[in-house]
Design a protein around this ligand. Sequence first.
Ligand code: ATP
Length: 517
Amino acid sequence: MAQQEDVFKKIVSHCKEYGFVFPSSDIYDGLGAVYDYGQNGVELKNNIKQYWWQSMVLLHENIVGIDAAIFMHPTTWKASGHVDAFNDPLIDNRDSKKRYRADVLIEEQMAKYEDKIQKEVEKAQKRFGDAFDEAQFRSTNARVIEYQQKYDNLHHRFQEVMNAEGGIDLDGLKQIILDEEIVCPISGTRNWTDVRQFNLMFKTEMGSTADGASTIYLRPETAQGIFVNYLNVQKTGRMKLPFGIAQIGKAFRNEIVARQFIFRMREFEQMEMQFFIQPGTELDWFAKWKETRMKWHQNLGFGAENYRFHDHDKLAHYANAATDIEFRMPFGFKEVEGIHSRTNFDLSQHAKYSGKKIEYFDPETNESYTPYVIETSIGVDRMFLSIMCHSYEEQQLPDGQVRTVLHLPAALAPVKLAVFPLTKKDGMPEKAQEIINDLRFHFNCKYEEKDQIGKRYRRMDAIGCPYCVTVDQQTLEDNTVTLRDRDTMEQHRVPISELQSIIEDKVSITSLLKKLL
Ligand code: ATP
C-alpha cells in the first residue's frame, strides 16, 4: 500500500512537471481542491470529452446534447431536494483540528477489513498454487471468517444508521466511529466532536442589493439543467420515448474532505446523460446502460480486471436501482461513474414546483405520463485521473536505464506525432516542418529540435506521444523517415507519403468509437 501511495505521489508530480495539471492559482500557493489543466492536460481532457460525447450523441440516433447555464433559478434546487438534503455528515478531530466525512471514515474502516481478507486470500493462493480453492478457503479459514464477521456487522450497522427514519442518524454514526475505535490519521487520537450535517452547495448573489439581490447556487450537478429543459428538447426536437439528453459541464461542491488530487475537487466537470423512458421499463434500461457504459470504459484496453460494479445498498429515496462503475486506482477501487434509475422523481418535482405540466403523450398507447429516467453520470476529472494512473510506468530498460512513459490510449493522447530533425542543418529542420505542415490538419503534431534524439524521445514518452518521426540524411535523399512506436520503442523506415494513413487510423477517436459497435 505504501508503495502504491508512492506511485500516486509520483503521478501527481508528473502531472505538474509535464503540463497536465497545476494547482489553481499556483503562484499564490494554490486553492484547496481546485486545479487547472495545463497545455497537455487540456488536450487529454478534451479528447476524453469527445470520446464520451461522440459515443452518446453520434452513436445514438435518439440522444441529443444541450449546454445549460451553470446558474439556475433557485427553486430548481428546492425541487431537486438539494437545498434540504444535499448534505454530508462531518466530524472534527479536536486534536488535529482536521475535518472528515463521518460516512467515509466508516467506509474506509470497511475497506480495511476487505483488504485484510484479500491479503489472506492472496497469501494462501501463493502457498497452495493451482490446488487453491478460494471459496473453500474463505468459508473455513478462521482469520478470514473473523474479518468477514466484523465487516458484516459494521456494514449492517452502517446501513441502519444511514437509512434511519427521518434521515441519517448522526449520533449513531458517531457511536460506530467510537465503537470501531477509528482514529484520526493525523493526530492518531479518538477525540472526536459530534457529527453535524453540512450542505455542499456554494451560494452566491445575483443582482445588486438595491434591486433586491437573490441567493443563487452554483450547480452541484449538471443533471438538473437537463430536467428543466426536458419539455423544450422533447417538443422542439419532436423526440419520441425512449430518448436521451447529454450534457458536459462544470459542477461545484464544497467538499469537506478534498485530499486526493483531482479525485475529489470543489470545481469539477461532469458528463451526464438522462435517458427518458416509459415507466415499467426502467430495470431493463438500467441493465442495458450498465452494460453500455462498462463497455465504453473497457474499450480503452486497460483490462477488465481493473473495473467492477458496486451496486448501492443505500438507495436515495427516489431511486429504484443504482450502481457505480469503480476503477482500480493506486488507492483502491474507486467510483468513476454512477448509473441511477431515478424513477420520475425529478420531472415530477419540477412539475410540482413550477406549476407546469411535464408529461409525455405516448402516441402508441394514447396515454400521457411522466417519463422515468435512467441517468449515467461520470466525472471528467476522475476519468482523467484513472487514465493517468493506469498509463504511468517507470519502465526498466535492458540497458539498466529507467524511462518514464505514459501508455495513454493513442486516441486520447494530447500529442499524436512528434517530428524531429536529426540535426539542425542540411535542410532537415525545414523538411521536418514540411511534414508537420502537411499533417497538422489531421492530428496534433509537435516539432522538437533541442537536445539529442534520445532525450527528445524521453520527453515525448513522458507526455504519452504515441509516435515520433525523425528526419535524417536519408530522408533528404529518398523521402523516408524513421517512425518510432512509444510502447515498443521499435523503429521502422516509412515513406513520408504514408505517414498520414499509418497514424491517423490509430490515433482518431473514430477508431475507438468503431470498436464500440
Ligand atoms: P462521491 O460518493 O465520491 O462523493 P457521488 O456519488 O456524490 O461521489 P455523483 O453525485 O453520483 O457522485 O456524481 C457523479 C460523478 O461525478 C461521480 O461518479 C464522479 O466521477 C464525479 N464527481 C462527483 N463529485 C466529484 C468531485 N468532488 N470531484 C470530482 N469528481 C466528482
